[in-house]
Design a protein around this ligand. Structure first.
Ligand code: PBG
Length: 326
């Protein structure tokens, strides 16, 4: 048999495989999402997210040290707001002494170089659990919500956030937040926009973690239909036009084609959110001994990079950082 093409030559040894490898996952690509709660209690395990906890501020700062020492460049912060602080308008969201604002200040004074990305959306703060304000017929109000999101983003910038990350999917919020940040004297604070965020069942465990599941209806009038791809390109283009520094596709695993297309169409960094449900599936199968957790996670995150993600928000970040260190 005479073969001209033998692609296996480039797979013969570890050395040649390393030389021709196209995509490399590194700790530099990772953002670690963290849940902070009020009080000084012990960490509270999140049953549907094994290995993830709600931390008191005090306890979270210990985690922060570990994360920084591992070389993870940034964290994404999500608050667990006690029921008595929630209201219909989510007004706790822009309290200058609120849980998020206090936590950001504490993290930045402990480890100034660790990037802090704060979530801009009302769902942890509202009694109804929606990301926006709701009228008496249960409709999510767009422009009225944007006004609150703007106050929230500015208060996070005041507290020291490096990037604000609107995850709410209201129209026009990126532009409004950009203008308000500039006007308030924070032109250097960036925007990581959850631009193509789908109405996904993969967020279930996260809503357990924050106790933030919507009390009525669903999020389909603001989050995107999972069946759509071209619409993602439109959302991305709008957010970049409005001033987004980084755009995100969320979830990641079931949306690799979207990540790929977004990457082809844009010249800003593309983030992927390896969300709670993706994490929970891997953890559950690993706990049963059905898959090799480390190999599955490294393969999956490498594939997200191959698809086009420049950075990845993932609950696996701490484990991955350790594995990559060997
Ligand atoms: C809410 C928000 C959600 C997530 C991040 N921000 C849930 C939702 O939209 O209902 C999900 C993250 C995850 O599942 O890991 N603004």
């Amino acid at each position: 048999m005479q073969l001209t093409h033998r692609p296996r030559r480039l797979r013969r040894s570890p050395a040649i495989r390393r030389l021709v490898q196209e995509t490399v996952l590194t700790v530099d690509d990772l953002i670690y999402p963290l849940f902070v709660m009020e009080g000084d209690g012990e960490p509270v395990a999140i049953p549907s997210m094994p290995g993830c906890f709600r931390y008191s501020l005090e306890r979270l700062l210990l985690e922060i040290k570990t994360i920084a020492e591992l070389g993870i460049p940034g964290i994404a912060l999500f608050p667990v707001i006690p029921e008595h602080q929630k209201d219909h308008q989510g007004s706790e969201s822009f309290n200058p002494d609120g849980l998020v604002q206090r936590t950001v200040r504490a993290i930045k004074s402990l480890v100034p170089n660790l990037l802090v990305f704060t979530d801009v959306a009302l769902d942890p703060f509202t009694t109804h659990g929606h990301d926006g304000l709701v009228d008496d017929q249960g409709r999510i109000l767009n422009d009225e919500t944007v006004e609150v999101l703007v106050k929230m983003a500015v208060s996070q910038a005041q507290a020291g956030a490096d990037f604000v990350a609107p995850s709410d999917m209201m129209d026009g919020r990126v532009g409004a937040i950009r203008a308000a940040l500039d006007e308030a004297g924070y032109p250097e604070v960036g925007i990581l926009a959850y631009s193509a965020k789908y109405a996904s069942a993969y967020y279930g465990p996260f809503r357990d973690a924050l106790d933030s599941a919507p009390k009525f209806g669903d999020k389909k009038t603001y989050q995107m239909n999972p069946a759509n791809r071209r619409e993602a390109l439109k959302e991305i283009a709008l957010d970049i036009h409005e001033g987004a520094d980084i755009v995100m596709v969320k979830p990641a695993l079931a949306y690799m084609d979207v990540i790929y297309q977004v990457k082809m169409h844009t010249d800003v960094p593309v983030a992927a959110y390896n969300v709670s449900g993706e994490y929970a599936m891997v953890k559950a199968a690993a706990q049963n001994g059905w898959i090799d957790e480390q190999k599955i996670v490294l393969e999956t995150l490498t594939a997200m990079k191959r698809a086009g993600a420049d950075l990845i928000l993932t609950y696996h970040a701490v484990d991955v950082a350790r594995w990559l260190q060997g």
